[in-house]
Design a binder for this molecule. Sequence first.
Ligand SMILES: Cc1cc2nc3c(=O)[nH]c(=O)nc-3n(C[C@H](O)[C@H](O)[C@H](O)COP(=O)(O)OP(=O)(O)OC[C@H]3O[C@@H](n4cnc5c(N)ncnc54)[C@H](O)[C@@H]3O)c2cc1C
Length: 339
Amino acid sequence: MSVSPETGNLLFEDGTVEHYDRLLIATGSEPIVPPVMRQAGAMGFHVMDDYITLSGQLTETKRVVLVGAGLVAMELAASLANKVHQVTVVAPRERVLRNYFDIEGSERIIDLFTASGVSVKLRWGEAVKAERGSETTVLRFSQGNEIEADLVLACLGVEPRIAFVRGSGIAINRGVVVDRRMGTNVPDIFAAGDVAEAFDFLSGESGVNPILPSAAAQGKVAGDNMADKASSYEGSLSMNAFNFFDHLAFSIGKVAASEGDEILGAKRNGSMARLVFTGDVLTGASFLDADVEAGVIQYLIRNKVGIGKHREKLLEAPGEVGYWLMNEAEKSRTMSKEE
Ligand SMILES: Cc1cc2nc3c(=O)[nH]c(=O)nc-3n(C[C@H](O)[C@H](O)[C@H](O)COP(=O)(O)OP(=O)(O)OC[C@H]3O[C@@H](n4cnc5c(N)ncnc54)[C@H](O)[C@@H]3O)c2cc1C
């Protein structure tokens, strides 16, 4: 498929031509599987067909190696733990879920995975060599380690599916570059979801944020503008909830603090909470087995609610205090509208 903005046509591989007045590019992303991983016979895990292929292979598979330690790797590890003899997660760096948790959170999560039989290898670097035998594969990593596997899965993130846009005149960087209307540099062509490079809520910089809530919000803004209803995207906010072995982890916003940010952390009875403040407002939070509503924390961040002297209390009881702060903010918004 290719796009021809000059003629307003989409050209399909079978020769079909489709004319558009307005076009939305929403082709999503594809998993990153580097050549060495392909050599290892590694599969990505992205769509239903991958699930079907993987399920079909599990009966004879004893050792599964997941390369990468993001959300897809950890979710897969949790669900494979009881299905195959040995599951190993190989993390290139010093922690798992690095986009969502700090070192301490990562360590706690690793402990819980280890207790459930998943082996987690840290700081192995990148896969640099694969030796594929008839039954098994030996993978070598840049830090000198190696591992033998019956099945290798590449869980190294995704990249926007933009190949068909190249050369069309539509601006691309990592993804299709869009403005706050989700419009591209070409009139009447919009983009949304994993394929789009949109503004980040906290930094204001543009980047890809391949998660469902961002895709849905961007799709709505693009749709509004395509139907001549002015609408502006308020920006992506990294967030994820993650269930594993009867535990619940949740992370939103900043993980790494910027200069001048304040971080508060607490641990109690196996639960963890970590809050990042920029000035008076919450800009990041992560929790493990905590009594907290993700939507409430998102509200506090998105609405830049001043937390003031309630920081410690929010840390102690994020569910209750978060809800109270949200209610107070809503009350004052309603009152100021009525005045
Ligand atoms: C294993 C996995 C787990 C995930 N878990 C979570 C999660 O827990 N929480 C979360 O927020 N996000 C999660 N995500 C991310 C989430 O699925 C994506 O952010 C979301 O689906 C993006 O939506 P989209 O519409 O941009 O792309 P997609 O949902 O990928 O849709 C793109 C569509 O475009 C079609 N397409 C592509 N190219 C063409 C073409 N040339 N012609 C015609 N059609 C085409 C594709 O077939 C597909 O139907 C997960 C993703 C994966 C892979």
